[in-house]
Design a protein around this ligand. Structure first.
Ligand code: 2PG
Ligand code: MG
Length: 398
């Protein structure tokens, strides 16, 4: 047994330059810290992010109350608890909060501690994080979904679809998936006059339409010597909660018909279950629930029963603890849903999601483009894991 000695919270900054929370957990021998990310296209069913809302300080965005919750209530409740017992740690956190959406302590306060404890336990066990996190000591490298054109609330352009992603298909290694992505991104860059990037590192110029953005990606796939669809496909995150003009099923069926699109996330708003059910019934491609499920087991269960989607986007801060996240992933996989582990648009140098992906054998990871260190750091961590495990680790098949 290794006991938690002390926990300290502090305000640090995310990739958009906004305040966010870092928790540092101490044992007798060492410490580990975790930084929580923050979304821009957030759903109403997500766990609660506690901000001070004091307009005279940090424009209302500071997280000092959450910091105080970590330093006082949480630190006291977890003192002397066994670091190796993640479910007990998370149970104490959930009970200490006592609300459905973690509104009392803030999901940011709770999650930062939950992840930091997990990291420190791995260090204490002298084992890499992905090994510590894995139930069966069996691993897979995920296929990356790279958001190479940013729109919606992640960019100041005129695209209403939030994310235009590429997905390398059927590669034998993670490094080959990244090599293909690199070439497509560099060729896309050459075709654009404006190469400024959005929140997730993808280019963010104005386009005449969503179709034009898709067509230029297809051209850059071809220019790189790859076959659209077979070697590199296109995946979209519409983030429909944020749309001013909602799109209908015909719009999507037409897009799928016209272009090498293999996955669509959040085509409809978070409570439009009937439209989701209808689209999933009428297509063979991957339909991903992000705001629909909010990494919440109850909502996922409804989606499994109604066949509203066939994949779930997993974001730790939508639910608030490591144990609940692992449980949702497990439940999704048992019901033949694909699991895609995701960053947030406001992210940091923390690479926990890369290890989580490998440990849970999730088939895909979403971490933005090959630009901006908070995005690339997750891909770099996966390259390191691939390098360390060599031939003994395989790529996930979709
Ligand atoms: C999404 C995410 C991450 P945000 O909608 O999938 O790409 O964006 O963090 O802004 O919710
Ligand atoms: Mg999304």
């Amino acid at each position: 047994m290794v006991k938690i000695k002390n926990i300290k919270g502090r305000q640090v900054f995310d990739s958009r330059g906004n305040p966010t929370l870092e928790a540092e957990v101490y044992s007798d021998n060492g410490s580990a810290f975790a930084i929580v990310p923050s979304g821009a296209s957030t759903g109403t069913h997500e766990a609660f992010e506690l901000r001070d809302k004091n307009n005279n300080d940090y424009l209302g965005k500071s997280v000092f109350t959450a910091v105080a919750n970590v330093n006082n209530l949480i630190s006291k409740a977890l003192k002397d608890i066994d670091l190796n017992d993640q479910s007990k740690i998370d149970k104490i956190l959930i009970e200490l909060d006592g609300t459905e959406q973690k509104k009392k302590l803030g999901a940011n306060a709770i999650l930062s501690v939950s992840i930091a404890c997990c990291k420190l336990a791995a260090i204490e066990n002298k084992t890499p994080l992905f090994k510590y996190l894995s139930k069966n000591k069996d691993y897979l490298l995920p296929v990356p979904l790279l958001n190479i054109i940013n729109g919606g609330v992640h960019a100041n352009n005129n695209l209403d679809i939030q994310e235009f992603m590429i997905r390398p298909e059927n590669t034998n290694s993670f490094s080959e998936a990244i090599r293909r992505s690199f070439l497509v991104i560099q060729n896309l860059k050459k075709m654009l006059d404006n190469t400024n990037v959005g929140d997730e590192g993808g280019f963010a110029p104005n386009f005449k339409s969503n179709d034009e953005a898709i067509e230029i990606i297809i051209k850059s796939i071809e220019k790189s010597g790859f076959r659209p669809d077979k070697d590199v496909s296109i995946c979209l995150d519409v983030a429909a909660n944020e749309l001013k003009q909602p799109k209908n099923i015909e719009y999507y069926l037409n897009l799928i018909d016209k272009y090498p699109i293999k996955s669509i996330e959040d085509p409809f708003a978070e409570d439009e279950w009937d439209s989701w059910n209808n689209l999933t019934k009428n297509t063979n491609i991957q339909i991903v629930g992000d705001d629909l499920f909010a990494t919440n087991k109850k909502r996922l269960n409804r989606g499994i029963n109604e066949k509203s989607a066939n994949a779930i986007l997993v974001k730790l801060n939508q639910i608030g603890t490591v144990s609940e996240t692992l449980d949702v992933i497990d439940h999704a996989q048992k019901n033949d849903f694909k699991t895609i582990i995701s960053h947030r648009s406001g992210d940091s140098e923390d690479t926990f999601i890369a290890d989580l992906c490998v440990a849970t054998k999730s088939s895909q990871i979403k971490s933005g483009s090959l630009a901006r260190s908070e995005r690339v750091s997750k891909y770099n961590r996966l390259l390191r894991i691939e390098d360390a495990l060599g031939n003994s680790i395989k790529m996930a098949k979709i």
